[in-house]
Design a protein around this ligand. Structure first.
Ligand SMILES: [Zn+2]
Length: 82
C-alpha cells in the first residue's frame, strides 16, 4: 500500500507547510518519502494501517517516522460504511 510517488512529487509544487491527505496510515516506506519531500507539515489519514511485523520487530512505524521528523499525524477515523 504505497502513496503514488508521482502524486507526491506533483503535490510538492504547492505543499509548502501543507497537509497531505491519504486514505491509510503511511507505511514506513511512504513515511520516508513524505519526510524527504520536506514541505509537508501534517498528514491526515482515514484508516489505521499498522505494520505489525515491523513494529513487533522494534522498528519504527510510519507514524513514528513522521512524528520523529516533526510532522503532525492525525487519524480522522475510518470511513468504512460511510
Ligand atoms: Zn506505503
Amino acid at each position: 500500500m504505497f502513496i503514488s510517488r508521482k502524486a507526491l512529487l506533483a503535490a510538492n509544487w504547492n505543499a509548502e507547510g501543507h497537509t497531505l491527505y491519504v486514505t491509510h496510515e503511511p507505511c514506513a516506506a511512504c513515511a520516508r518519502l513524505i519526510v524527504n519531500a520536506r514541505r509537508i507539515s501534517r498528514v491526515l489519514y482515514e484508516t489505521n494501517y499498522r505494520e505489525t511485523l515491523r513494529v513487533d520487530a522494534g522498528l519504527p512505524s510510519g507514524e513514528a517516522i513522521l512524528r520523529a521528523a516533526g510532522i503532525q499525524v492525525e487519524c480522522r477515523g475510518s470511513t468504512d460504511g460511510a
